[in-house]
Design a protein around this ligand. Structure first.
Ligand SMILES: *Cc1c(COP(=O)(O)O)cnc(C)c1O
Length: 244
């Protein structure tokens, strides 16, 4: 006889695997309709607030990229998956004093929006000896006073200051944003296309050949993000269910 707790566990695993498979089908269909290949869109499974078993469920069916938004929550999972083939993405706001927790735990940080954090991250990479870190700059594309991120009009100046410093361990790979609070697709697309234009301008103006990524789109707005050129989408609840 199956122990009742094991049954709950198995049901959850199955549910996550079904959600993930269904989502991947949707991503493929939307990409195809947009004339894009789903291979150009990296799905980041946002496992914040979920237990490590949820990560294992996705991993079991071949998923590799996971996102976390706080160090505290991430460190309940990352040490337990050390030898597994996972790429961890830090997607939340990070206080500079926690920068030392990033190298060795995460391979990507999606939320750089101030110079002090850049300096701390570069130092932390040097001390940890874990190699370089992929960085996305977070842009507050909706200019929402309650959101973090660089204001669109400040991005050029921010990039200039960032590149002046010649950081050894930070690789600037592109931009990230959080879309508007709306279900109106036209509105979502307007902001997402704005981010794409900013990325193109930055890449050209500063001659950054690796500045190719656009991290945008969550459970409620990823179709719009894919249609506007997202290369990374960050999905939590559509895979793992609603958070508590
Ligand atoms: C939580 C979170 C997500 C995922 O949100 P869902 O609506 O659950 O898909 C994506 N990006 C960031 C920055 C988040 O904090």
């Amino acid at each position: 006889m199956t122990h009742p707790e094991n049954k709950v566990h198995n049901d959850l695993t199955k549910q996550i695997q079904q959600n993930l498979a269904g989502l991947k089908d949707c991503i493929s269909a939307i990409s195809r309709n947009a004339g894009r290949s789903n291979e150009d869109i990296k799905l980041i499974a946002v496992s914040k607030t979920q237990p490590v078993e949820a990560v294992r469920a996705a991993l079991e069916i071949g998923h590799r990229d996971f996102g976390e938004n706080t160090i505290q929550d991430a460190l309940t999972k990352i040490p337990q998956t050390r030898n597994l083939p996972i790429t961890w993405h830090f997607i939340g706001h990070l206080q500079s004093r926690k920068a030392k927790e990033i190298p060795g735990n995460f391979q990507w940080l999606h939320s750089l929006d101030n110079l002090s954090l850049a300096g701390k991250l570069d130092n932390a990479c040097r001390q940890e000896g874990s190699g370089s870190l992929n960085i996305l700059l977070q842009v507050n594309i909706t200019q929402d006073p309650n959101k973090f991120g660089i204001e669109p009009g400040q991005l050029d100046h921010f990039m200039e200051q960032l590149l002046e410093q010649d950081f050894s361990y930070l690789i600037f790979r592109g931009l990230m944003t959080i879309g508007p609070y709306t279900d109106d697709e036209a509105d979502q697309r307007r902001y997402f296309s704005g981010l794409r234009e900013l990325r193109d301008q930055c890449r050209n103006r500063f001659g950054l050949t690796q500045f190719t990524e656009l991290s945008m789109g969550m459970s409620n707005d990823y179709p719009a993000a894919i249609r506007e050129g997202a290369t990374m989408i960050r999905i939590g609840s559509a895979i793992f269910g609603e958070r508590q």
